[in-house]
Design a protein around this ligand. Structure first.
Ligand SMILES: Cc1ncc(COP(=O)(O)O)c(C=O)c1O
Length: 424
């Protein structure tokens, strides 16, 4: 009964949040994905008295495993934590000999990415090597990878940017040829595919983010994916203080118990751990969103295609997003790079859009090699011409599942008004 009251209350209140979007009063970068049923389900974990890691986490892990066709999905408290754990394990004593990354090794990664793609490389005493990206698709420029491989290169920390898969055939070939470990930062691209295979299932490990503004959201949250059961158990344990209780493999569990008979099993710590635990409270919020992921992505795709179709007349001024061959695009945002021209600067277009309630943001973190946090650490980079252009002349507008035809027409009209100035 009470839970129905919660549902009723939240469905009224949450629709109020969407009113501004409906009326074009505010076109934000993202819109909430959870509904009143999701909120009630989350609340129920509080009412049951066990909102921390538990059955709901298991439920969403199983759903993600099935959806992406991967053997293990380990939920953690953020995509950044997932990135950290993946690199930690590979540099730790737990790494298998063939995967082990020695301290000081170089890790190739794209220059246009997020701070916590790069931070974990450095935090694990490795050296990032930044490679330029392609314009329009924003994936790593595969042709530049081999030119930047040195004797010290051991891994590629790939990023599938903004819902788009990288060119996996070529990347896998390079990894095989140079014996590089492939790790995928798939934080922005859940649901994307390359030749019908889900991104995040090509490398040894991959990460997903369910941060508030992403396709699906547990407010904060993420996953490590892996087909390797040995590593999966270590991830499970390590996210939760290094506890025995998270280990699934019965033989491993038994071995640790037998070797440590004097220690109480409930507080037995076989692995060094962190507290990167997810909660049932947030897993319950996202569970039904996972079932709706396909619907969300279809909606985003339709909006992206509409905008591309209507804005392509401004091709002389704007680099619009594109989908690469072999890719199923799980549209994340709508990135635009302003070409160098004599009529206007990116800033003027952004200011204009903001005035008419259309929110904008930089494309990921721009050329990450220019971010101040890197100044105190060792890194190397190739020429980053496109990444600089992305940072200086790029921005994105929101592309979420709640954009209506009315919103989309309004956005196109805003661009028409801006560009009409030059056609007079
Ligand atoms: C490419 C990339 N990596 C990592 C992250 C970190 O994810 P989280 O915010 O869940 O820590 C993000 C966040 O948006 C991202 O875009």
């Amino acid at each position: 009964m009470q839970i129905n009251l919660i549902k009723k209350y939240f469905s009224q209140e949450l629709t109020k949040l969407d009113e501004k979007i409906k009326k074009n009063k505010n076109l934000p970068l993202s819109a909430i994905q959870y509904d009143a049923i999701d909120v009630a389900s989350s609340m129920q974990t509080l009412l049951k008295g066990w909102p921390t890691i538990g059955l709901k986490v298991k439920e969403v892990e199983n759903k993600i495993k099935k959806k992406l066709n991967v053997k293990n999905a380990v939920m953690v408290n953020s995509g950044g934590s997932a990135n950290f754990l993946m690199l930690y394990i590979l540099t730790s004593p737990y790494a298998k000999k063939k995967d082990k990354i020695k301290l000081g090794s170089e890790v190739i990664t794209p220059a246009v990415t997020w701070s916590t793609t790069v931070g974990p490389i450095i935090q694990n005493n490795l050296v990032p090597v930044f490679i330029d990206v392609n314009l329009g698709s924003y994936d790593i420029d595969v042709d530049l990878i081999e030119k930047n491989i040195t004797k010290k290169t051991r891994a590629i920390m790939l990023v599938h940017p903004l819902g788009q898969s990288c060119q996996m055939d070529k990347i896998i070939k390079i990894c095989k040829k140079h014996k590089l470990v492939l790790i995928e930062d798939n934080c922005e691209s859940i649901g994307a595919k390359y030749k019908n295979k889900s991104t995040g299932t090509f490398g040894i490990f991959s990460s997903i983010s369910m941060y508030q503004s992403h396709h699906i959201s547990s407010v904060e949250g993420g996953f490590v994916l892996t087909n390797d059961n040995y590593y999966a158990d270590i991830f499970r344990s390590m996210r939760a203080n290094g506890w025995l209780r998270e280990i699934i493999n019965k033989k491993t569990k038994k071995k640790f118990i037998n070797q440590n008979k004097s220690i109480n099993q409930s507080f037995l710590f076989p692995y060094i751990g962190y507290n990167f635990k997810p909660t049932d409270f947030s897993a319950a919020l996202v569970s039904k969103q996972i079932d709706k992921l396909k619907i969300f992505i279809n909606k985003r795709s339709k909006s992206a295609n509409f905008l591309i179709h209507k804005l392509k007349k401004y091709n002389n001024y704007l680099i619009l997003p594109k989908t690469l061959k072999h890719n199923f695009h799980s549209w994340f945002t709508f990135p635009i790079v302003v070409k160098k021209n004599k009529f206007f600067k990116k800033k003027e277009l952004e200011i204009f859009l903001k005035k008419v309630n259309i929110d904008t943001r930089p494309i990921i973190a721009g050329n990450i090699a220019r971010q101040p946090f890197l100044k105190k650490f060792k890194f190397s980079k190739g020429k980053l011409i496109n990444s600089d252009l992305v940072m200086d002349n790029g921005f994105f507008i929101g592309l979420h599942h709640k954009l209506s035809n009315k919103n989309l027409k309004y956005i196109v009209r805003a661009f028409d008004i801006f560009f009409n100035k030059f056609n007079k």
